[in-house]
Design a protein around this ligand. Structure first.
Ligand SMILES: *[C@@H]1O[C@H](CO)[C@@H](O)[C@H](O)[C@H]1NC(C)=O
Ligand SMILES: *[C@@H]1O[C@H](CO)[C@@H](O)[C@H](O)[C@H]1NC(C)=O
Ligand SMILES: *[C@@H]1O[C@H](CO)[C@@H](O)[C@H](O)[C@H]1NC(C)=O
Ligand SMILES: *[C@@H]1O[C@H](CO)[C@@H](O)[C@H](O)[C@H]1NC(C)=O
Ligand SMILES: *[C@@H]1O[C@H](CO)[C@@H](O)[C@H](O)[C@H]1NC(C)=O
Ligand SMILES: *[C@@H]1O[C@H](CO)[C@@H](O)[C@H](O)[C@H]1NC(C)=O
Ligand SMILES: *[C@@H]1O[C@H](CO)[C@@H](O)[C@H](O)[C@H]1NC(C)=O
Length: 279
């Protein structure tokens, strides 16, 4: 009986005193995990906070994000590059898994004469998709006087002169774009479909005449991504990233498989010391 009581006392001692004491010692001796520190949310100086699955290229922390989510800080502006050109990252919602992009060339010109020249295109193996608000602005540049636009259009006056006219149309679905292409091509110098967002339940009521297309271009468009949100890791106080090609949750006390607060070294030490006593 006495021996058993003693054993239970010892066990309690190990569990109740040992773990907190050990935690204190480990915390003061072992510095915060370097990967955890490296994967802290970053900022280009302006714009949204950047964290998993995004990462800032050249910040020495490429392992803190996923391929395809690279952001470049260009003079304190966060830039997302595609093979077609650069876009400013104006907003990231980690909760909604969405990111808002604005064509860098669109915002860098006088708002009174925006002439978008290239469409947005997904790179190979892009993790993104358009959001449900996605629509297109279809520009027809430098068209012959005999060109009759296939859709309701507005004249783009600043890109027109007495002999060649430019137009813009609002195209609500990607499907209706394809057929027009060749028809307009023989009359116009060039043609481009540019992504914008049109929000709200009544968006199908909108036409190029009832929207301000310059404002739509300046506001940009959002992309969504799917899959692992890192939510478990984040709510447990960790930061997601990679080590040896394996996704991990970096915590102040080191990497864990999915979330912080798993088996800490102290609990392991306690278990070992208890086992030593028992055996
Ligand atoms: C970025 O994070 C910091 C610290 O959590 C916060 O104070 C700031 O408001 C965030 N900035 C943006 C743009 O969300
Ligand atoms: C980002 O989006 C949210 C939700 O739409 C909005 O409340 C916030 O103002 C936006 N932030 C910026 C910097 O545009
Ligand atoms: C996230 O989605 C909700 C619901 O659709 C919306 O109200 C909110 O504005 C969105 N937040 C951002 C930052 O986009
Ligand atoms: C009108 O603009 C086109 C380019 O869109 C140009 O080639 C042409 O010379 C211009 N014509 C006049 C009369 O300015
Ligand atoms: C949009 O169109 C529907 C019919 O197609 C109409 O009932 C509704 O009132 C319109 N909404 C607005 C805001 O114009
Ligand atoms: C469209 O929006 C731009 C930028 O806000 C503004 O300068 C312009 O006057 C607006 N155009 C119309 C027709 O309302
Ligand atoms: C990491 O994983 C990817 C895909 O699973 C593979 O293509 C790549 O070779 C791996 N890299 C290393 C360094 O193991």
């Amino acid at each position: 009986m006495r021996v058993q009581k003693l054993f239970i006392h010892e066990l309690l001692f190990h569990v109740w005193i040992g773990i907190p004491f050990c935690s204190l010692v480990v915390k003061s001796v072992v510095s915060t995990d370097p990967s955890y520190v490296a994967c802290k949310p970053r900022n280009c100086g302006s714009g949204p906070n950047i964290s998993y699955p995004f990462y800032v290229e050249g910040a020495g922390a490429d392992f803190c994000g996923l391929k395809g989510f690279r952001i470049i800080c260009q003079e304190s502006t966060p830039i997302f590059r595609t093979s077609k050109g650069p876009y400013i990252v104006t907003n990231i919602s980690y909760e909604n898994q969405s990111v808002r992009l604005v064509d860098l060339y669109v915002v860098n010109v006088n708002a009174n004469c925006v002439i978008p020249r290239h469409k947005f295109a997904f790179d190979d193996e892009s993790p993104f998709d358009f959001s449900s608000s996605h629509v297109n602005l279809q520009f027809f540049y430098s068209c012959d006087k005999s060109f009759t636009p296939p859709l309701e259009t507005s004249l783009v006056a600043y890109a027109s002169n007495s002999s060649r006219l430019s137009f813009v149309a609002l195209v609500l679905s990607d499907g209706s774009l394809s057929g027009n292409h060749e028809m307009s091509n023989q009359y116009c110098g060039s043609e481009v479909a540019v992504s914008v967002d049109l929000e709200g339940y009544w968006k199908t009521n909108k036409t190029i005449k009832t929207v301000n297309y310059t404002e739509l271009l300046m506001a940009g468009f959002s992309l969504v991504w799917y899959g692992d949100t890192c939510a478990n890791c984040k709510t447990s106080g960790g930061r997601c990233g990679f080590q040896n090609n394996q996704s991990l949750c970096f915590c102040p006390d080191g990497p864990h498989p999915t979330h912080c607060g798993g088996k800490s070294p102290c609990i392991l030490l306690s278990i070992i010391s208890i086992l030593i006593h028992v055996l």
